[in-house]
Design a protein around this ligand. Sequence first.
Ligand code: RUQ
Ligand code: CUA
Length: 623
Amino acid sequence: MSKKDSKNDKSGLTRRQFINATALAGLAGTTGLGAGLIPAAHAKTKHPKGTVGPGELDEYYGFWSGGHSGEVRILGVPSMRELMRIPVFNIDSATGWGITNESKEILKGGGGPYLNGDAHHPHMSMTDGRYDGKYVFINDKANTRVARIRCDIMKTDKVISIPNVQAIHGLRVQKVPHTKYVFCNAEFRIPHPNDGRDINDPSKYLTMFNAIDAEKMEVAWQVIVDGNLDNTDADYKGKYACSTCYNSEGAVDLPGTMRNERDWAVVFNIPRIEDAVKAGKFTTLGDSKVPIVDGRHGSEYTMYIPVPKSPHGLNTSPDGKYFVANGKLSPTVTIIDIDKIDDWFDGKLKDERDVVVGEPELGLGPLHTAFDGRGNAYTTLFIDSQIAKWNVADAIKAYQGKKVNYIRQKLDVMYQPGHNHTTMGETRDADGKWLVSLCKFAKDRFLPVGPLHPENDQLIDISGDTMKLVHDGPTFAEPHDCIIVHRSKMKPLKIWKRNDPFYAKTTAMAKKDGIVLEKDNKVVRHGNKVHVYMTSIAPNFGMTDFTVKLGDEVTVVVTNLDQIEDVTHGFTMTNHGVVMEIGPQQTSSVTFIADKPGVQWFYCQWFCHALHMEMRGRMLVEV
Ligand code: RUQ
Ligand code: CUA
C-alpha cells in the first residue's frame, strides 16, 4: 500500500484496519460502520501503459457479452480484469439466477423456460448520443429474446421474447434524442403463419426489423424486409437506423446465399414508420398485437442500398456523418453519407448507390469497424487476422479518384477478430484511447487447456499515431461484442434500497402476510403453502429452525439486514437445488417442495464473516 492512501481521511484508520473493523463489527452483530468510508485507491504509481496496479481502479467499465454462455461480464479497462458476471439468459449457481422467485419472474417475460441463451450485442442507453449509465440491452439469438440490465444494481430487470420472428441478432440503441427504442434484427426468415404449410417454399419466408420501447420493454413495431438481417446501428439525428442484410437471394442453403455480388444496407425511416403506425396503416400476425408495416422493396419506409457482399457489421461514425457497412465476403467497407439518405427519401436522388461516398479496400474479411473520434476507423479483418486502421476522409477522397493512401496501419492480431470496440467509440464521446479486438481464436497464445480453447481479447493502445498491442486476455465462450464506458458515466449502488422494484412482488406478498421484512422471523401457513420469513445479519439467520410438513410448497424469504458494503449472504438448502444471493439490504425469495423428510440443513454460501461456516439452520420436515 502506498503512503498516500494508507490513511483514511475521515476515520484516521488505515484501509486494512478499517476492513478489520468492519469484520469485527459483524462479529459483534453491529452494523455501525456504513458504506463509503473505504477510500478509493487512486495511487498515482507509474506503471507501463495498460497496466493498472494492485488496488488501483480502472478508467473504464467494459461490458462484454458472454455469447452462448448467456451472460454479460464486466471487465475493467485497461486492466482487462474481470470484475463481475451478470447472469442474463443463463442459469447461475452462484447467485441463484433462474432459481429465485425474483429472477424467475423476470425470465418468464421471455417465454421459455429456457436454460440457455446466446448473448451477442450489449449496448448502453444514451441521451443526446452519450451514454447515460442507465441500462444495458442485450439480444439472445438462441431463443429470440432481448434483455435489459439495470446499471445501478447490475442485474437483469426485464427479459422479453420477440413475437413473429426467429433469432434476434444485431442490436443497438437509438442514440438521439434519447434511447426511446432499442433496435434489433431478426435474422432467420420463416413462413407466416409458421404452421407447417409453407416449409418447402422459401419464397414465402420473411423476417423483420424490430423496435422495442426501451422503458416499457415491449415491442413497439416491426418492419417486414427482404433478405436476412444481420447487424444494425442508429444515426445521431434520431431519424434512421441501418441494418446490414445478407442473403438478398432468399436462399436456404450456403451456396445460394453467396450468389449475388451485392446485398444491401437497409435504412429504416423511423418518423415515417411511426406515422404509419399512428395512422393505423399496419397489420398484425396471429395472437400478437405488435403493429407490422411492410418495408419490402418499393415501400416508403425503407431504402435498400446495394453493398458488396454479404455485409456484416454496421457502424455509425461518432461525428454522425456516416454509416459504414463491412463487406465480409468483399475486401471493402462501404461508406454511406447519412445526409444523402435524406435526399433519397425526399426524391432528390434516384439511384440508391448515390448515397455511397467511399468504398475503401482494406483486406480480407472485414467484419466490424470502430472509431477514435479523430477521423480514423479501425476495421477487423477476420481472414487476414488483422486490424486495418484507415482514415475516413482520405477513403472518401480516394473514391472521388484522388491519389491518396487511406490505410494508416495494419496490425496483426491473434487470431481472426470478430468485433472490435474503442473506448466510448459508439457515442459522441469517442476518445480514441483504447481498442479491444475480440479474437475468435487463441491458438497458441495460452497454456493448452484441452481441445476447447479460450478466445483472445486483445487490448490495443490507439492513443498515438500507431496501434500498439499491450495485452492478451483469454475469455470463455464466447464474447461477441463489448462496449467500453468511462467510469464517470456509472453510478452503481453499493447497498440495495429497501424499496427496490426488483423484489417488489416479494415485498407485496410479505405485506399481505402481515410481515415486516426488516424485523420479523415467522412462518405463515396457507394450506400446504408455507411462507418462511427470516432476516440475516452476519453471522446469523434470524431463524435457525423452522418446521414444515412433507410435501409442502415452501417459500423462503430472506432479508439481509447488514448495511456494510460487500457483506452479501446466501441461502442454500442442501439437496434441494435451492440457492440465492442476498446482498446488503436486499430481500430474496425462493420456492421449492419439501420432498425429503427429517432434518434438512440450510446454510449461507456467500463468504460473509469469520463465522460464515456457522451461518446455518435446520428445516425440520415432519411426516
Ligand atoms: S456478430 S463477429 Cu453476432 Cu456481432 Cu459480428
Ligand atoms: Cu452469511 Cu456467509
